[in-house]
Design a protein around this ligand. Structure first.
Ligand SMILES: NC(=O)c1ccc[n+]([C@@H]2O[C@H](COP(=O)([O-])OP(=O)(O)OC[C@H]3O[C@@H](n4cnc5c(N)ncnc54)[C@H](OP(=O)(O)O)[C@@H]3O)[C@@H](O)[C@H]2O)c1
Length: 242
């Protein structure tokens, strides 16, 4: 049975990825940070499929090393989904804000790839990084986030070259779930503006991202690519966030 590690696997997009991989026959190590209850619930609901719940603050380098050690000697798939989504005007933010975002959204996934390399190589496995359409079409107020995701997308291609025959790909969602706060609440102008940019007329869902992950995980000759899951936004006006 193939095994996978999904970071941020307890909630929202990460959870949908875990469920899709379970359905595809993977045993899944579910990483979480604060959502321990949700991760344990997944374990209780899928006792044969969820291999373990591994808690780690990915901003902590030693926690990253412990997390990688927790998956054992063989790993078929690493999905880097955990990330922050910080908003703030460029002029009002500081260097430490940028460093914090880069640590979680760029350094941590790359660090995990490095730590998991022996296990990934042992299984001839692959890596999938969840990036963001904003890395290609940045929107105002999210510079640190967009830069971190653009860098992770570039790193995906660089790793595909350097680590071959290991496969390394990315999935770039447009909006697939509304922010938990009311940045684009129901009826807001921000939500209407965003929807107007999606040719399919609706945002995606976490399942749409999970389907793309499942496809890339099983595509034996695809590496160094980003699968965009955006309802056509990029093909139209470009970008889809409020
Ligand atoms: N939602 C969208 O519309 C959208 C659009 C484009 C791209 N994406 C990308 O899809 C991925 C998942 O998005 P989402 O909306 O589901 O994310 P989310 O709801 O904001 O959840 C963030 C995830 O990251 C984990 N996390 C945050 N800080 C962490 C830390 N310090 N250490 C370890 N884990 C940490 C959280 O774990 P705990 O809950 O356990 O703390 C949680 O699983 C992200 O990479 C995001 O950039 C999402």
């Amino acid at each position: 049975m193939p095994t996978a590690l999904v970071t941020g696997g307890a909630v929202r997009v990460g959870r949908a990825i875990v469920l899709a991989l379970l359905e595809a026959g993977y045993r899944v190590h579910v990483h979480c940070n604060t959502s321990l209850d949700e991760a344990r619930a997944l374990l209780a609901e899928h006792p044969g499929g969820v291999a373990s719940v591994l808690q780690a603050d990915l901003c902590d380098p030693s926690a990253r090393a412990r997390l990688a050690a927790g998956v054992g000697d063989r790993l078929d798939l690493l999905v880097n989904s955990a990330a922050s989504y910080e908003k703030g005007d460029f002029a009002g933010r500081c260097d430490d804000d940028l460093r914090r975002v880069l640590e979680l959204n760029l350094v941590a996934p790359l660090s995990l790839v490095r730590h998991c390399l022996p296990a990934l190589r042992a299984a001839e496995g692959s890596v999938i990084n969840i990036v963001d359409l904003g890395g290609r079409h940045p929107w105002a107020g999210y510079l640190d986030h967009c830069v971190s995701k653009a860098a992770l997308e570039t790193a995906t291609r660089a790793l595909a070259v350097e680590l071959a025959p290991l496969r390394v790909n990315a999935v770039a969602p447009g909006t697939v779930s509304w922010p938990a706060d009311d940045r684009a609440g129901p009826g807001s102008q921000a939500r209407a503006r965003l929807l107007a940019k999606v040719p399919r007329g609706r945002i995606g869902s976490p399942h749409d991202v999970a389907d793309a992950v499942r496809f890339l995980a099983s595509a034996p000759h695809i590496s160094g690519h980003t699968l965009v899951v955006d309802g056509g936004s990029l093909a139209g006006v470009g970008g889809s966030h409020a």
